[in-house]
Ligand binder design. Sequence first.
Ligand code: PMP
Length: 422
Amino acid sequence: HSTLDVEAIRAQFPILNPSNQNQPLIYLDSAASTQQPARVIEAVADYHRGHHANIHRGAYQLSRTATRMYEEARERVARFLNAADPVECLFTRGATESINLVAATWGRTTLQPGDEILLSTLEHHSNIVPWQMVAETTGARIRVIPIDDAGDLDLEACQRLLSPRTRLVAVNQVSNALGTINPVAEIIAAAHAVGALVLIDGAQWVAHGPTDVQALDADFYVFSGHKLYGPTGIGVLYGKRRLLESMPPYQGGGDMIERVTFERTTYAGLPNKFEAGTPHISGAVGLASAIDWVESIGLAVIGAHEQVLLHQATERLARIPGLEIKGRARHKSGVISWVMSDPPIATLDIGTALDLRGLCIRTGHHCCQPLMDRLGVTSTARASFGVYNRLDEIETLAEALSEIRESASRQRRTATVGDSVS
Ligand code: PMP
């Protein structure tokens, strides 16, 4: 089947069907964090109820079961990304930690003064700051792929910026603030042509379409569980095996060693070398369950559904006078960002007024201050869609925004009349 039964999907989300519901929840913030279906919540609870023990080296059955569940989760992630080998998939706390891991290990040992790291204007702070930190300690330099006014990457500029000095290109597959879908396969090919490695920040992609790290030929690929209908505190770093093998460990501790003496320590092989300490076992189990769940629906089906929502939202919001949509890229995922400039309404006020009507959206810089600077704003209001959103929720959003604008215009007129009388 190729179409989505949204009501059947919604029925699986406890948060959308609370028993004591005063006002229906209209959740339009899936780019920040998706909600979790009962199946994922249950998978985590089931692990805690019946299978929890510390993993690896346990002499007893329960520990072996927990170890198997954790390692099966890794295999599930590998199939999800089409990684060649599960050991190429490391569990981390999330996209942020995955990027920091690469910056702190590969970056610190590889980068030299004069080397260049190529980022883009669309990056989240988590794909900027770790590179700035490593640039500071290594003398490497950060360069930035610009965007056009629509929010598309300037690929010609990207081509010009690439040179034999470029050691790494780190870009997102989808912009969290504007929804721009970037042509990452093309960028990877161009980067490889000058001998640079590529890290793709897939945080905003993996829940919206299929991912194949081998077809992309990505060197590193990162994402977070909580934007994929899974738990918080768990994420993935995919890296090509030979790269991960050549990198020093990230953190030292238990589970990542082969042999420790006070004179010298040798490290474990992949993936343990990068997973010091007790990991987020239940998080990995929950993530695997979330992957099973999205794949049972089909990522192409989910993506197509979100495109319908995006199309409708773009049409409806564009018709509201004084509302300016930020980001009109050629290919977008289900994210729409806007400001209200006539009359001017602060984005936080928009968010607060929508919250009173049960609508959850996000306002602010979306951890993309350089992008906000480029757009000439400090903040936008953003609605982002997931598999559970319905067209009538878009309608409610549009109607609420019209009302908010009307009431701001009225207040303005009253204030102006008051001024002229006094
Ligand atoms: N990159 C992008 C594009 C994101 O949207 C986010 C989360 N907003 C991150 C990275 C960081 O993800 P996390 O906070 O889960 O580490």
